[in-house]
Design a protein. Structure first.
Length: 87
């Protein structure tokens, strides 16, 4: 079920990273059998999994609200766009 896909937050390992994508945090929706991100899809620098995961079960609206609270909303959109273009 698509609604049960967990959301992971990745952040740049390098705290000096100037990438506006992974510096703020990248939200990635992944299936459980997908490999973890090792690199930012935008700048290619190494990232580390920062937070796991919003519980599957939370509504879409709730996820968006939490992203907005953290100021991550636009980065999430940007990153997903870049990510999708890679395939
Ligand atoms: Zn980056």
């Amino acid at each position: 079920m698509a609604s049960s896909m967990p959301v992971y937050l990745y952040k740049a390992k390098d705290k000096e990273c100037d990438c506006d994508c992974c510096k703020q945090g990248i939200e990635v929706i992944q299936r459980l059998d997908e490999a973890a991100f090792e690199k930012c899809p935008k700048c290619g620098r190494p990232v580390t999994k920062a937070v796991v995961p919003f519980s599957p079960g939370l509504s879409r609206t709730s996820l968006d609200d939490r992203a907005k609270e953290k100021g991550m909303h636009k980065f999430k959109r940007l990153c997903q766009g870049e990510y999708e273009k890679m395939f």
